[in-house]
Design a protein around this ligand. Structure first.
Ligand code: ADP
Ligand code: ADP
Ligand code: MG
Length: 446
């Protein structure tokens, strides 16, 4: 087992990883930007080092700076969290080359799945159903020809996409050219890669994803699903496990497909396979694989009692999974609400500033993963998510009631946030009866 790990991230996920390390008796090294000297992860880690300016590219995305701290402090492994360098094959390779373990899958697997067009091909070959569409389009003319075959509506997507960026919905041929150009330039500036592919736009569908864990000995276990269909602009707002309306037979098929996908890619560590599920036909289609820890991993932890971060660390250290597929029996129901510093009633305008007052909800089976504290000033440089409120209960109805009560208890003064909006969603009929699909929030906002 490692005795020292560098945490290459910030915010709630850095805290989550530091906590797992503490419980495992592992010393932690934090890195931070000049904007984050008062951040909680800097104080909770055993050692902390400033690695550059406030912009991510100057600090959290600076591969050499992060790796140098690991080498100088004798950290044997790096946990990348999510976002930042977590899905960067060059960084994973650089770590391995320097004798530092990257806590995640091998660089080749990240690179294979990071190209979303190639990932679809790999999955199709492994017998996993994929969304109908085409591979990479080389030019606008090529896109036009493929669009005729796919039909409308369709989605243009970035090969390197993530966080909902580089996606365009196209209803008719007249919209294709402007969509193609704007998706490509958005992807170019966000990911340094403007390459695009296209697929049929499926509607109404649920976003259902499967969590897998794979060790170095060929064992792949699927920990069940999360329903992440409460989304705004392709970004998740609320996630839950299990997905109440998923028929058991389909769930089993999706679990088998996910285990096959893990085996076919030579996966290692924690990964998520995202699918679209069509409740009308009962069909499901592979959408993409995220080769990292997911923001919404806590809902799976609550229903399986498996600590995903600890298992990521153990697997990276060469420990064998000590449970098999037959041991996975999710119990009860978990829901997560992402708390963001945004005003939902003013077009989700981001809000920064000082937390004047903070009250964190409590009680049995209420968890709040956050990095904010009273007196903390939220810097304007990073993601707007400031916490994740997670509840667990025996039944879905009880979990919903618990979440509503917890959202009501949560007090964050000094900035604007979305807790009231999350509570409104929980009260909507579509949420209550679990029929909500990915277009639900847009309809709700009117
Ligand atoms: P999840 O499916 O776990 O919710 P998201 O797609 O919402 O993941 O992304 C989680 C975080 O990582 C967000 O902060 C998002 O902005 C960031 N992120 C996702 N993909 C990328 C990427 N390719 N490059 C940089 N940041 C990314
Ligand atoms: P990202 O890498 O940004 O997470 P995804 O490919 O996972 O991108 O898509 C993000 C979201 O967009 C999905 O969760 C889903 O709601 C929607 N989406 C993606 N592909 C399709 C599709 N073919 N039809 C309908 N909705 C889609
Ligand atoms: Mg996705």
């Amino acid at each position: 087992m490692f005795s020292k790990i560098l945490v290459a991230n910030r915010g709630e996920i850095a805290i989550r990883i530091i906590r797992a390390c503490k419980e495992m008796g592992i010393t932690t090294v934090a890195v931070f930007s000049e904007a984050d000297k008062d951040a909680l992860h800097v104080h909770l880690a055993d050692e902390s080092y400033c690695i550059g300016g406030p912009l991510s590219k100057d600090s959290y995305l600076n591969m050499k700076a992060v790796l140098s701290v690991a080498l100088a402090t004798g950290a044997q492994a790096i946990h990348p969290g999510y976002g930042f360098l977590s899905e960067n094959p060059e960084f994973a390779g650089l770590c391995e080359k320097n004798g530092v373990t990257f806590i995640g899958p091998p660089a080749e697997v990240i690179s294979k799945m990071g190209d979303k067009a190639m990932a679809k091909k790999t999955m199709q070959e492994a017998g996993v159903p994929v969304i109908p569409g085409c591979g990479l389009v080389e030019s606008f003319e090529h896109a036009k020809r493929e669009a005729e075959k796919i039909g409308f509506p369709l989605l243009i997507k970035a090969r390197a996409g993530g966080g909902g960026r580089g996606i365009r919905l196209i209803h008719a041929m007249e919209e294709l050219e402007s969509g193609y150009r704007s998706a490509s330039s958005e992807a170019q500036s966000a990911f340094g890669d403007g390459a695009l592919y296209m697929e049929k736009y499926l509607k109404p569908v649920k976003h259902i994803e499967m969590q897998i864990l794979a060790d170095n000995y060929g064992n792949v276990v699927c920990l069940g699903e999360r329903d992440c269909s409460v989304q705004r602009k392709n970004q998740k707002l609320i996630e839950e496990s299990p997905a109440a309306i998923l028929p058991e037979e389909t769930r089993q098929k999706m679990i088998e497909a996910s285990v096959r996908a893990g085996a076919a890619t030579g996966y290692r560590g924690a990964g998520t396979i995202e699918y679209l599920y069509d409740p009308a036909s009962g069909d499901f289609y592979f959408m993409e694989m995220n080769t990292r820890l997911q923001v919404e991993h806590p809902v799976t932890e609550m229903v399986t009692w498996i600590d995903l971060v600890k298992w990521q660390i153990r697997i990276a250290a060469g420990v064998k999974l000590d449970f098999a597929q037959k041991d996975i029996e999710p119990r009860g129901h978990a829901i997560e609400c992402r708390i963001t510093a945004e005003n939902p009633y003013q077009n989700f305008r981001p809000s920064c500033g000082k937390i004047e007052m903070l009250f964190i909800p409590g009680g049995p089976w209420v968890r709040f993963d956050t990095a904010i504290y009273q007196g903390y000033t939220i810097p304007p440089f990073y993601d707007s998510m400031i916490g994740k409120l997670i509840v667990y209960a025996k039944t879905r109805d009880e979990a919903i009631r618990k979440m509503k009560a917890a959202l009501c208890e949560l007090i964050i003064e000094g900035i604007e946030h979305n807790a009231d909006f999350e509570a409104e969603i929980l009260s909507a009929e579509e949420f209550e009866n679990s029929t909500y699909t990915t277009d639900f929030v847009a309809g709700f906002l009117g």
